[in-house]
Design a protein around this ligand. Structure first.
Ligand code: ADP
Ligand code: GLC
Length: 508
């Protein structure tokens, strides 16, 4: 088979900057592809957070027109942690180096005077510039991929720049190189689309003829996600169930029509997990290492450490619920508010690590105030605490309203922590509900509920608490079945490779 070259582009990459699962995916998938013989590189913006990683400047600079002026970018270089996979970082200090923990400024959003998170007003220019920069990187470092793999709306305009501008108007000797590239666009979350007013179209250098229903226009506005959907040669999303759900009015976020039209080109591939990072047998961030055979001892040490860290009573038989989450409507925090108090009244404990919207932070603070000796709360980002909750909790709550894939339930399975999930998207594809039949067949790995109502969630959580209390042998069976599931990246990478080859063969 011929060698393949693939350039991944994303707005966050683990080891450099992260707000959610996207970073984990883009930090891992290229490594798995590389180990299958596909040469990979990654491109991302250079935020302030990236300066903590090992990166070095290069001499490469480029300028592109944004809003009537030329904006300069400079390339830096790093590597994906523990590998030789190059990461190109686009430096543009005004656009990208404004993140700052001290003033609560993130990579997409800042915190206003009332404590609310708001998007930066110039996100269109920032990520339009980045999208165009992706194509400049190829030219500057002479890296011509067979596949340009774009992730989420922040990179989506690269597809439009490629097909509408670069393959026709780049220097004549480069047009062929651009024209040969096949593009993949992965939807990690359809709800975040990058919608901006119409005048951002000329600001980014696109002609008005692209402002049509079949291209970039969306209810009178510019929609970056839509550009990703219409220009890519292939579309993927991060689970088969989500691939179906986004073709419905309920979860299609206004783009279900476009997705239905491209259904034959849309594939769902479940994410993997990085087993060097998320694996209780090697995890250095947790109290005690364990695997499926040393589960009882290891997990009870991790549980006691978690209870200690959050100043909760250290009783091994008390069910300890855990949650690690962006605090956003997507994550079903309204169900947490309605259902968890009852579990606490039954004596459970609850530990949460979360970062995000003020309404959800306030809700969790109130829960802690109402149950001070049973609720442990950490607001903010912490890699270490996220591992400690996965390792120490008995039960992991993930009642997401929708969930394209979800990584935390996969981490939970690996750590013998039983997930309770809403059966949507990737949660439906990865957690097998403990029905009597699934338990008898030793297939069950967690508890899944539908529909998205407090009653259904409460019912699943009660089934879970009952098994924890009354059926320790069955509980252990669930834990071990979950721990033995294969969610390594190799499975997913094989599927991506198959699609890359399919796409390339179609056009030669
Ligand atoms: P999403 O990408 O929608 O946020 P995922 O389940 O795919 O959801 O991925 C979330 C990732 O972000 C996981 O790696 C999780 O551990 C991490 N994470 C979420 N919130 C925090 C936090 N407050 N601190 C540290 N890591 C977090
Ligand atoms: C998004 C989704 C999440 C998914 C992640 C990585 O942030 O919300 O479900 O796991 O991307 O694909």
């Amino acid at each position: 088979m011929t060698n393949l070259k693939c350039l991944h582009a994303a707005s966050e990459v683990a080891g450099f900057a992260k707000t959610g699962g996207l970073a984990d995916v883009v930090g891992s998938l290229p490594l798995a592809l590389q180990s299958r013989g596909i040469e990979c590189a990654v491109v991302m913006p250079l935020y302030r957070a990236c300066r903590a990683a090992k990166i070095t400047p290069t001499e490469h600079r480029f300028r592109v027109p944004i809003g009537g002026r030329l904006v300069e970018g400079r390339l830096w270089r790093g590597k994906l942690p523990g590998s030789e996979v190059p990461v190109y970082l686009i430096e543009q200090a005004d656009y990208f180096e404004r993140d700052d923990d001290a003033t609560d400024r993130g990579i997409y959003q800042f915190t206003d005077a009332k404590g609310q998170k708001a998007d930066y007003a110039d996100n269109c220019a920032r990520f339009g510039f980045f999208s165009r920069g992706i194509l400049e990187v190829m030219r500057l470092v002479n890296y011509w991929p067979d596949v340009l793999h774009l992730h989420d709306w922040q990179t989506a305009l690269a597809g439009a720049y490629l097909r509408e501008i670069y393959q026709h108007y780049a220097k004549p000797d480069l047009r062929g190189n651009y024209g040969r590239i096949r593009t993949f666009f992965t939807i990690h979350n359809l709800a975040y689309q990058g919608i901006f007013w119409h005048l951002d179209l000329p600001m980014l250098g696109f002609p008005w003829r692209l402002f049509t229903l079949d291209k970039l226009e969306f209810y009178g506005k510019l929609n970056c996600m839509k550009a990703g959907l219409v220009y890519a040669d292939r579309l993927t999303t991060v689970s088969p169930t989500y691939a179906r759900e986004i073709q419905t009015t309920l979860l299609g976020c206004g783009l279900h029509g476009v997705l239905m039209q491209r259904a034959e080109r849309l594939h769902g591939i479940v994410n993997g997990i990085d087993e060097h990072v998320w694996n209780p047998a090697v995890d250095l961030l947790i109290e005690a290492k364990f695997d499926a055979t040393t589960l009882d001892k290891g997990k009870s040490l991790c549980k006691a450490a978690l209870q200690r860290a959050f100043k909760l009573a250290q009783n091994p038989r008390t069910p300890l619920l855990g949650m690690v989450s962006r605090l956003a409507v997507q994550k079903g925090l309204d169900l947490i508010e309605k259902v968890v108090p009852d579990a606490l009244r039954q004596g459970a404990q609850f530990v949460v690590l979360g970062d995000g919207d003020k309404v959800h932070r306030d809700m969790l603070l109130k829960l802690q105030k109402d149950f001070p000796s049973q609720v442990g709360l950490s607001l903010g980002q912490s890699e270490a605490i996220s591992h400690q909750i996965e390792a120490g909790a008995d039960i992991f709550l993930m009642p997401s309203r929708y969930e394209p894939c979800g990584l935390n339930q996969l981490y939970s399975l690996k750590y013998g922590t039983i997930p309770v999930v809403h059966a949507t998207g990737g949660l439906a594809d990865t957690v097998v509900d403990a029905t009597p039949q699934n338990v008898a067949m030793k297939r069950a790995t967690g508890f899944a509920f539908m529909p998205f109502t407090p009653t259904a969630f409460a019912d699943a959580l009660n089934r879970c608490l009952t098994m924890f209390r009354d059926e320790p042998a069955r509980w252990r069976q669930l834990q071990q079945t979950g721990m033995l599931q294969d969610y390594s990246w190799q499975r997913s990478a094989a599927e991506y490779e198959r699609l890359y080859r399919l796409a390339l063969n179609e056009f030669v």
